[in-house]
Ligand binder design. Sequence first.
Ligand SMILES: [Zn+2]
Length: 356
Amino acid sequence: MFKMAPSIDYPTSLPVSVPLSHSIPQKQNTIDVSVVEIIEEDSDNGQSSDEGHFFSHQDVLDPLHAERARLRNHLGLPANEGAPIPEQPRIQPLFFIERVPDSRSITCSLPGCTKGALQPGELRLALNPGMVGDMWFRSSSDYYHVPCFERLADFTSPAYLDRIQPLTRNTFKLRGLKPSSVFDGSYLLPGGIERLILEWKVTRGKSIDKRDGVYDERMYKLDESVYELLYHAGSRRYRPVCRPGLLDQFEFYTLSKTLAPNECGSGNGHGEEWNLFEAFLEEGEGDGVHDLSAMLGRWQNAVALSWQDTMKPPSNDFSCEGEDQSVLHPTAVRAIRRLSVIPVPQVGFNRLSCYP
Ligand SMILES: [Zn+2]
């Protein structure tokens, strides 16, 4: 079966067509493998965890049962354990998290969805290519509310998890979008969401490996320069070792400054530091179904708060899980506002778009 490489990485340029590779030495130590699709050499592994989950007896009465089977077939996954592997898709379908562009609202593809149309500016999941359309190109997509798609996909399985891609300056070509469509920030995600989705993928991937008894810390080990950049940028302890290879100056700056996950507190240099992942990623396991949409919801609530009048007395709690969720610490406000920026593709000079 096919499997996607994990994507903690930040390639500077991505191929429009996706190359195939037969090996991936480590899970996240390189910065150019996020969109490389690989053929899993040992097919025993990838089919193990999710079969049965969708096709237990109780699913027979589930109105979404047929839709899940349709999605599995679209992804080239067998209908259930032991079933023959269907014909593999010409292009591996990916799940892009993106913003609805301003032009029009769109209907969610989940049968029976009651959430209404997807509105401009809202987050959505684009299944690309879509289940109906030309499978040779990425010109078609099916759109879902993220919680709706979570009812079809099983993100406790690598077969689904590895297909998640935040739509950013680095991935828009993979989605089949032209540069002219995204240069104003359309479709693209704010930096905070980009970092959260990628970190959520890594965290969830580790949990899956541990559950399946195949966890190997070495698979997740990063080069020191990459680790410093991705986890310590913005902190007082950030010590940029060097610019990681394959990152151009623009991307290095973006990750060091605009998308840094840490924010130093103000006040004589003694303020505490705020961390994006501590603030929004759940400790331990969530419900396993709606973890992604729940995290995105926490982020969006915090963004709204951060742009409200900040004359209220500050909370002492950096997290968004505190008792009073209506007030953010000034350090958190500063960080969330910074991470609300949408980095757009570089065209001669650096440009940033604002969100919301
Ligand atoms: Zn929906």
